[in-house]
Each structure stands twice: as C-alpha cells, then as structure tokens.
Design a protein around this ligand. Sequence first.
Ligand SMILES: O=C(O)CCC(=O)C(=O)O
Length: 385
Amino acid sequence: MVSDPSIVSVQELVKEPLDSIPESFIRLDQTRPHVLPSKSDHIPTIPTIDMVKILEPSDRSLNDELERLHFACSEWGIFQALPQPPGAESSFRFAFLTVLITQQLVNHGVSLSLLQKLGLEIEEFFKLPLEEKMKYKPNPGESEGYGNVMRSEKNVLDWGDRLFMAINPISLRKPHLFPELPAPLRSSLETYIKELKKIALQILRSLAICLHIDTNVIMELFEEEKEFQALRMTYYPPCPQPELVIGLTPHSDATAITILHQINCVNGLQVKRNGVWLPIDILPDAFVVNVGDIMEILSNGTYHSIEHQVMVNSESERMSLAMFFNPKLDAQVGPAASLISLKNQALFRNITMNEYVQGLFSQKMDGKSYLDRMRITSSEQAKET
Ligand SMILES: O=C(O)CCC(=O)C(=O)O
C-alpha cells in the first residue's frame, strides 16, 4: 500500500495496477450525505433560459427570461449551457436544466471546433511525462501550479491532478505557468478566455438587472483588464474503488460566477441541495455556470453559491476546465448598497477581493464555511441598529 502523502500525481499512481487504494486518498468520514441516483425520478427538471432573448431582447421576452434567470440563481445557483445549433452562428442561448442550485448554460456561442481542439490539447497536456509537468509545479507556499495540491480539512487527497493558475490581470500570470504552456494549448486557451469573458460579463450584467443593482456598479467591479480571473483544469483518473475516494472535495467557489466545461462528457459533478447530493447529468458540450460566494455577498444572500463535489468512477477518466470570474482584486466587495435598507440589513461584511482570496487560500476546503465567516452575526447587527 502506498501511503506517501506527498503524491503529486494520481495519473502516475494508476499507471501500475493497484492492489488497494493508498491510505492518503481514503475518505475518513463514513457519514457521507445520501446521493440520489442519476436518472432518479426525484431529481427535479430544470427550466431553460434563452440567451438570445437576453442579448437581443424584445421587452416581453427579456422580462420572462430574466425572471427565469433570477429564479434559477436564487433557488439553485447553477445551470448548463449548450453549444449553438448548426447554422445559428450569432445566437447565444441559455438553458437552465435544473432548478435548485445548478444551472446549465446552453447555446453559449463558443464554437464546437474550439471546444474540441482545446479538449484535445488539455488531454495532451496531462499525457506529458511527469518530468515535463513538474516544470509547472507550485512555488513553495503557493497554490498555483500543477499537481495534486488541494486537500480537504482532514488531509485526505483528492483523486485528481490539476493545473490551477491566475490568468487575469495579465501581470498576475506566473512566468513558469501560462507563458510556458505548449504553444497550441496556450493559443486555444487565449481564445477561450476571451470568449468566456464575453459570456461571463453578459451573465453578470443580466444578474445585475435581475437584482435591481445599477449595471454600472457591477461593471465597475469587473473593470476591463483588471478583473480577477483564474482557471483550473483537472484530470480525474479511473479509480478501482471509487466509493472510497473523492475527485474534488466539497466546496463553493470564491467567485462571482464560475463557468465549467466538462471536457470529455463524463458524469461526476454533484451539487448539494437540502443536505442531499444531486448528480448533474451532462449535456454534451454544455457549460455549467454556478453562482459563487462573491455573488452571494453582492446580492446580500438573494443568490446562493452552490456547494459541489466531484465523484470518480472505475471505468472512465474525467477532465474538466473551470473558469473563475471575479471582481478586480482591489475592489471592496460587500452587499450592493442599493439592496440594503433598515428592513434589509447587510448580511455580510465588506472585504477587498484580495483579502477574500488570500484568506481562502490560507485554509483547507470545507464546504461553505469560509463564506459563513463573512456573515454579520445577529449581535453585530443589533449593535448597528
Ligand atoms: O471537475 C469538475 O467538474 C468541477 C471542477 C470544479 O468545481 C473546480 O475546479 O472548482
């Protein structure tokens, strides 16, 4: 049995047949929440949102779509987005396929050829020899880089290898990471980053309208070239005993929104709703968009960041690419002033985006516990009034 807690690559580990799962990956808590089986009748079906109606609105459809968007973000917090149908080059469409905390974005306008090319290049990246990938390992004490670097509170390793890095503002790019990626991957990522930024800004603008926040207030937080953007690509190898491990520890994202591309369409993502983990069935080439902690704070709790995790399986590898969108690092993040009144007091403290991110990286992942520490307690509220 391998029990070395410094294993950097699960992909390397599974190259040799495993008699048993190394101890450092075995989840200790046997009190895992109940998971509804995929295809269960109990999983609610999800409303759809048409992005065309948001981008090219007629008055009536805009209102309807925004109402659906608002409902999806406040009741769920996550949705999927499909690629455009053939021949609909300029149309953007959303579809919300589940209605609780996850939304899937459909007809998102990013070309299928780019998604396919990028998927192959990410696969190639993970196939590089370990010595090559180790050139991207994190600097001491830092979280950006390649490897099995993330751990849960209980120091159990996740069953997945990942490359995590900041990509915007450009000055934040670590010299040994993005600039040193294989040229085809770097070039496809640059295009993808630009495309996704357009979609993210459109979603954020729509959310501001839904929340009755001045769109200029939101757009000022996401000032062009200064907004904080990061990405994580993850490779989850098959696992001989998937029930003993977790691909990605439960967490909510410290983002305004996250756009997730499930590269090779292998299921595994689950979201937590009322203490129950719900599996998300993938729509091929769809994006999953989820509300993050920062949006929960900005909306003063009207929208909810969604706790999610990834399960692995014994047969298929899984790959994903998560793109994290955040306000600029020097932005003061707090409940939008227009949402606060004597009746609706602020539920969260103000904090700079930078402080939020630094605080998060200095601790282990643990569901939504970090966001909870930003909450204003009832005794603090009482003192204010
Ligand atoms: O791999 C996935 O499907 C989810 C990835 C994710 O949630 C993350 O990287 O934060």
